[in-house]
Design a protein around this ligand. Structure first.
Ligand code: LMR
Length: 328
């Protein structure tokens, strides 16, 4: 990638593919579903692209396709196994077809904040999870952070009973389906790119997501307000195909792995701040952010926590205990 081509690429709109690779460079396609500004994943992917295209110029060239412009999360892992895309960072909820271990990350109130998630992932158990899908052809390279989830709907959500009977979009995850059922709500699994339209037209009444996703997809425009529940997390696995990764020249692989690790450390440290900025932008746009009293929050905990038991067999009682110890 030449400097001039980079300038052209950067002037593309957020939705456009940044395809400015030179002949002979190995093309690395990275497909994801979020926006690129005020978003932990969007910013990290852009930084990764920048660094690869600068430091590996002549050898490799990365193209990032944000905003579901290339694939949505239901398609991207298949595409990766077919060799059509080399990197993606789906949320941990989206790996259900490949492993049930990640279900621990979807359990409501399992982690008190993103630092607790980070500490769990840094443990031996967490690190081993990156290799848990190799038999299925997928290799986790690094965990990338987003943040805590908040609830929103087309009416105020203060008590868990306020969610009763409402339709909520969830990611395709059995845990999240069970979580909404525990509230007496109706879970509707749906691709991320469809959510705004579904909220706008009333196909669903509410949703759960991080500040950066609520901001990036403008969900706040079509909801009554957002309740700061911090009831769960969205985190990502930067994933590649075993076949592609193993086929790389060792030196190229090493250089890429180092850049990926450095970008991960730099951007994970900023994930919380990025979400706080997104939250402020939502407030500045005039949307109502509702706080819960400790008692109100406890009633959400009481309503949703029984879900843990349903999935204890999948995630391991010892892992739940380890996560709780980190929270303490
Ligand atoms: C969602 O589908 O809500 C999220 O996983 C999207 C994302 O990548 O943060």
């Amino acid at each position: 990638l030449t400097a001039a081509a980079a300038a052209v690429a950067l002037s593309f709109s957020a939705g456009a593919a940044l395809a400015q690779c030179d002949d002979g460079e190995m093309v690395i396609k990275f497909s994801h579903v979020t926006n690129t500004d005020r978003h932990p994943k969007g910013i990290a992917a852009s930084l990764l692209m920048e660094r690869v295209n600068e430091e590996m110029n002549g050898t490799a060239c990365m193209e990032v396709y944000p905003n579901s412009t290339l694939y949505n999360d239901d398609q991207v892992l298949e595409a990766m196994l077919n060799g059509d895309v080399q990197l993606a960072a789906p949320s941990l909820s989206k790996f259900e077809k490949y492993t049930k271990q990640f279900r621990i990350f979807d359990l409501p109130f399992m982690f008190k904040n993103i630092e607790a998630v980070d500490a769990f992932q840094a443990s031996e158990t967490g690190q081993a999870m990156k290799q848990s899908m190799m038999r299925r052809g997928l290799l986790g390279l690094q965990f990338w952070h987003n943040g805590m989830k908040q609830f929103s709907a087309n009416k105020p959500l203060i008590e868990p009973s306020d969610a009763e009977g409402l339709k909520f979009r969830v990611q395709t995850s059995d845990v999240l389906v069970a979580q909404m059922e525990a509230l007496g709500a109706s879970p509707q699994p749906m691709a991320f790119s469809e959510v705004y339209g579904a909220l706008q037209t009333g196909v669903v009444d509410g949703q759960e997501n991080t500040w950066s996703n609520i901001y990036g997809q403008k969900f706040f425009e079509v909801q009554d307000g957002i309740t700061e529940t911090n009831h769960g997390i969205i985190d990502y696995l930067l994933v590649t195909s075993v076949e592609w990764w193993d086929g790389l020249d060792p030196e190229v692989r090493g250089q890429l792995a180092t850049i990926i690790q450095e970008v991960t450390e730099t951007r994970n440290a900023e994930a919380y701040a990025v979400n706080q900025e997104a939250k402020q932008a939502i407030i500045d746009a005039g949307s109502e952010v509702r706080q819960l009293t400790p008692e109100q929050r406890q009633s959400w905990v009481d309503a949703m926590k029984p879900v843990w038991e349903q999935f204890e067999g999948d995630v391991g009682a010892e892992n739940i205990a380890a996560a709780q110890e980190i929270n303490a």
